[in-house]
Design a protein around this ligand. Structure first.
Ligand code: PGA
Length: 429
């Protein structure tokens, strides 16, 4: 049973406070921490921050920590950690608000994840297995990683409007090979960028992708194409882009120069122009997935673009992992994949539920990082347990990103013959 829940404030990968929890049971102490991102919208669960400008510029989470130590702890002590649904419901009931703003989604999620780890230990099974049991799954697919190679948008200080360019080693036989492909391409890319921009072009963004001062997506794609060519893995690698178009949508137009101080406003594109651009790029490069190609309220262009069936269309800001938004998007066929950010929903149980919603609609599901991560590797087990087929955890570089990828290596090793790398089935495994 749960004997104690103790929280503390730690720093995430951006140096900003987040919540860490130690959940004690008769079997030991189980630790988890909440991720945090920059794109937070009105549809996602509320991250509770102190707002005291004198401490961490207002970003402290001491109120969320206090809520765990004083309220959540009392409600959960004595509960069986394998009962994830009941544990999550107890916190939702205690919070009483729709978006978990009373206790804080950062408080609730960290406890939910720690309880899930404790539940696995109670059953003496690996975490991914416990998650699979909770979700009623029996297949253990190791997801295809989407490695961020170039960062832009709000994740980097360069002038690139687009959030990221990623590679998917779908042709690898195992995750181990996928990681090798990711690492080698990343290292080749470093050389390719250095040749043109010098070593300062290899400064990195929040999630470890290189952030050379390029303004065009095409230039970034050419860099990646050249790096892939140097690895010799052309046949095994596909490309994905994360656009994050909400960040540069002004009215009904898209400003691809929004980060360029001298040019902003001169390169406005309409939704139709954006569609033409995506079509051209998908023809010129092996692009198989585009995330948030339009503003989060631009359902019409998203619907039309998805209907073309050119590639996977992933909803991040469009959906904010929110069940109601997902239901609407399924009904309207506004996209065909969910980017699942667990702190936008706030509990493991609800993360499982929204994954089911998406999978039932025959969508792809991408388990996703936030720009602010910790050394917690929970997402790796979640992706295997839910057999989503896809995980986006940043570059094959930097500790908080590798915590997830290295954990996938361990899971693959442990599963041995029973492990299946999602590979070509990445969208629908
Ligand atoms: P975030 O985005 O900055 O909102 O966490 C992360 C991502 O989409 O990869």
């Amino acid at each position: 049973v749960i004997t104690k829940v103790k929280a503390r404030q730690i720093l995430d990968s951006r140096g900003i406070p987040t919540v860490e929890v130690d959940l004690h049971t008769n079997k030991g102490v189980f630790r988890a921490s909440a991720p945090s991102g920059v794109s937070s919208g009105m549809y996602e669960a509320i991250e509770l921050r102190d707002g005291d400008k004198g401490m961490y510029l207002g970003n402290g989470v001491s109120r969320a920590v206090k809520n765990i130590n004083e309220k959540i702890s009392e409600a959960l002590i004595g509960m069986d950690p394998t009962l994830q649904v009941q544990i999550d419901q107890a916190m939702i009931d205690l919070d009483k608000t729709e978006k978990k703003g009373e206790l804080g989604a950062n408080a609730i999620l960290a406890v939910s994840m720690a309880a899930c780890k404790a539940g696995a230990a109670e059953k003496e099974v690996p975490l991914y297995k416990h998650i699979a049991d909770l979700a009623g799954k029996t297949n253990y697919h190791i997801p295809v990683p989407a490695f961020t190679l170039i960062s832009g948008g709000k994740h980097a200080g360069n002038i690139l409007a687009i959030q990221e360019i990623m590679i998917l080693p779908v042709g690898a036989r195992k995750f181990e090979e996928a990681l090798q492909i990711g690492s080698e391409t990343y290292q080749h890319l470093k050389a390719v960028i250095t040749e043109k921009y010098g070593s300062h072009g290899c400064n990195v963004g929040e999630d470890g992708g290189f952030a050379p001062n390029i303004s065009s997506l095409k230039e970034g794609l050419d860099f990646v194409k050249e790096a892939i060519a140097r690895t010799g893995y052309n046949e095994k690698i596909k490309i994905a882009i994360g656009v994050g178009a909400t960040e540069f949508c002004i009215g009904t137009k898209y400003d691809l120069d929004y980060k360029s101080p001298n040019k902003s406003g001169q390169n406005f594109k309409s939704g139709e122009d954006m569609i033409d651009m995506y079509k051209e790029l998908c023809e010129a490069y092996p692009i198989v997935s585009i995330e948030d190609p339009f503003d989060k309220e631009d359902w019409e262009h998203s619907k039309y673009f998805s209907s073309l069936g050119i590639c996977q269309v992933v909803g991040d800001d469009l959906l904010t992992s929110n069940a109601k938004r997902i239901e609407r998007a399924v009904q309207e066929a506004a996209c065909n994949a969910l980017l699942l950010k667990i702190n936008q929903v706030g509990t493991v149980t609800e993360a499982i539920e929204v994954t089911k919603l998406a999978k039932d609609a025959n969508w792809g599901v991408v388990i996703s990082q936030r720009s602010g991560e910790s050394e917690d590797s929970f997402l790796a087990d979640l992706a295997v347990g839910l057999a989503t087929g896809q995980i986006k955890a940043g570059a094959p570089c930097r500790g908080e990103r590798l915590a997830k990828y290295n954990q996938l290596l361990r899971i693959e090793e442990e599963l041995g013959d029973k492990s299946i790398y999602a590979g070509d089935d990445w969208r629908h495994c």
